[in-house]
Design a binder for this molecule. Structure first.
Ligand SMILES: [Mg+2]
Length: 251
């Protein structure tokens, strides 16, 4: 169901008046997807609205990027919680995850060295294997999956938009991260918006009244109950959230 449909106005108002933690994915949610991932930024209007939302609500950004990488892209927005690596960073077992990746990444790099248009994004605690620039996306994708399967330590594989994410199997996911932050924040409700497969770890959590999740772009296969029509609609959502809490939170 479309989140910004008129009939959901009351529900959004109640959410804004409750003790809520707002969570957002970055790429494809706060920022448009771009071919060169190093250039992903929020549109100026989005950044301005998001900064205003961050002054009124406790906010979290939960991204697949490393924490430092996504943190740099948030500009002047006072985001209370910045979580990277699909929910695992920061976390208690980073040393172990780093060791697993230090073994896996060179093996993957050599297994995939012959494939054109593939590039490995080493995020220390997980790796993203991008194949956006490959000319034979389908065969490349299966070659990547086979290479991951051959690793000695089994990994969690999460496909994304022209990317295969390889994540330590025991690592907390975005859903774990969001529920943890809801507790830390002492919030009754959490809200979350995301657009990709790793966001389904949040969408799958079924806690009516305590978690409201929204997918950017409608998708039949998604567990999210609500959707935004496209990434541009994030501005409309953010401005609604600002309007619903007229006053800035006093900190
Ligand atoms: Mg995304």
């Amino acid at each position: 169901m479309r989140l910004l449909a008129k009939e959901n106005g009351e529900m959004l108002a109640q959410l804004a008046w409750s003790r809520v933690l707002l969570g957002f994915d970055f790429d494809g949610t706060l920022a448009p997807i771009v071919a060169d991932r190093d250039r992903a930024v929020m549109r100026p209007k989005t950044a301005e609205l998001f900064a205003a939302v961050c002054r009124r609500y406790p906010c979290a950004v939960i991204s697949g990027r490393s924490k430092a990488d996504v943190g740099e892209r948030l500009g002047p927005c006072a985001v209370k919680y910045v979580i990277g690596n699909h929910g695992l960073e920061p976390g208690a077992e980073l040393g172990e995850f780093e060791r697993e990746m230090r073994d896996a990444i060179p093996l993957l790099a050599s297994a995939l060295s012959e494939l054109g248009g593939v590039d490995l994004e080493d995020k220390r605690y997980s790796v993203a294997i991008h194949y956006r620039r490959s000319r034979t996306k389908r065969t490349t994708r299966s070659a990547i999956l086979r290479a991951v399967e051959r690793l000695e330590t089994p990994m969690r594989v999460v496909p994304g938009k022209l990317v295969i994410n390889v994540i330590p199997q025991r690592a907390p996911n975005k859903g774990d991260a969001l529920l943890g932050l809801r507790t830390v924040e002492g919030a009754n409700t959490a809200f979350y918006a995301g657009d990709d497969v790793t966001d389904e770890d949040v969408f799958r959590i079924d806690q009516p009244g305590r978690l409201l999740s929204v997918r950017v772009g409608e998708s039949r296969g998604s567990a999210a109950k609500y959707f935004l029509r496209d990434q541009r609609e994030i501005d409309l959502l953010l401005s609604k959230l600002v309007a619903l809490r007229l006053h800035e939170a006093s900190r």
